[in-house]
Each structure stands twice: as C-alpha cells, then as structure tokens.
Design a protein around this ligand. Structure first.
Ligand code: HEM
Length: 132
C-alpha cells in the first residue's frame, strides 16, 4: 500500500464533517484505553500520554484536511521511522486497532466518516508492523 502520510480518498471530508473537536475526541477515547492495556501500556510512559495524545491528534487533523500544525511541530511524519523503536508485532497492531475501533464506536462519527477513517487507521497500522 501507499504510505499513510499521503494520498487517500477525499481527506477533506473528514475534517469538514467532524472538525478538530471530533478528531480530538477520537484520539482521547483511544488514549484513555491505553494505560489499561497489557500489551500497549508498557510502550507509552504514563508521563508522555498527554503529549502522545496531542501528537496523534495533530497528525490526524493534518492528514484529514485540517491545519498542518503537526508538520510545523514535528516535521515529516516518517511514521515507519518514528515507530522503529517500538516492537510492533502483528499482535500489537491488532491490539492498537481494537482499541481504536472501540474509540471510533465511542466517538460516534457519521457512518460515511467512519467508512473513511476506519480503513485508513487499519491499513496504516498494518504498514507499521516492524517485528515478526
Ligand atoms: C500499529 C500499532 C501502533 C503502535 C503500537 C504505536 C505506538 C506508538 C508509540 C509507542 C508512540 C510514541 C508515543 C509518543 O508520541 O510519544 C507512537 C507515536 C505516534 N504514532 Fe503510533 N503506534 C501504532 C500505530 C499508529 C498509527 C496507525 C498511526 C497513524 C495513523 C500512528 C501515528 C503516530 C504518531 C503521529 C505518533 C507521534 C510521532 C511523533 O511525532 O513523534 N501510530 N506510536
């Protein structure tokens, strides 16, 4: 697949539909689940969670057609490189995806928005697998 940092079907629609508020809610619902997860919690130091939440939020806002604050603060997303230090096995990928699916349900986006965001996140997570 192509890199999760570019391309995609009609990315502006998502930001237009749910705005910064919607995407921040999604990311908040995801990160609220991380500390209780046996596989993922050890990867994210508790003190870093608020900053991590902001980075993923900024990235998704940029990626789905909102302001490009992420690029100004972090530069090129280079997500495979940035995830290289973490052991993203297929099991870790599946766990990340299941927490994100629960967060998506909680966010309650319109169906057509979920239909764009969900496959994007699933494919991006697959793209980031870096260990057997
Ligand atoms: C496949 C399972 C994944 C795991 C286990 C994982 C894990 C992590 C961890 C531990 C961090 C460091 C937290 C921090 O920012 O301080 C991180 C950062 C980040 N992740 Fe993931 N991630 C996964 C998938 C994804 C996906 C699918 C995306 C994008 C759609 C993503 C986007 C990001 C971004 C934007 C950052 C911050 C990068 C930066 O600017 O430093 N991650 N991830």
């Amino acid at each position: 697949m192509s890199s999760p940092e570019s391309g995609s079907s009609n990315p502006t629609t998502v930001f237009d539909a749910v705005g910064e508020t919607g995407l921040r809610q999604l990311v908040h619902a995801f990160y609220r689940r991380v500390p209780g997860d046996d596989l993922l919690a050890p990867m994210y130091p508790v003190a870093e969670l608020p900053a991590a939440e902001r980075r993923l939020g900024d990235f998704l806002i940029y990626r789905f057609g909102g302001p490009d604050t992420y690029l100004h603060e972090r530069g090129n997303p280079a997500l495979r490189m940035r995830h290289a230090p973490f052991s993203i096995t297929p099991a870790a990928r599946d766990r990340w995806v299941s927490l994100m699916d629960a967060a998506l349900l909680e966010a309650g986006f319109p169906m057509e928005v979920t239909a764009v965001v969900r496959p994007f996140l699933h494919e991006a997570a697959t793209f980031l697998i870096n260990r057997a």
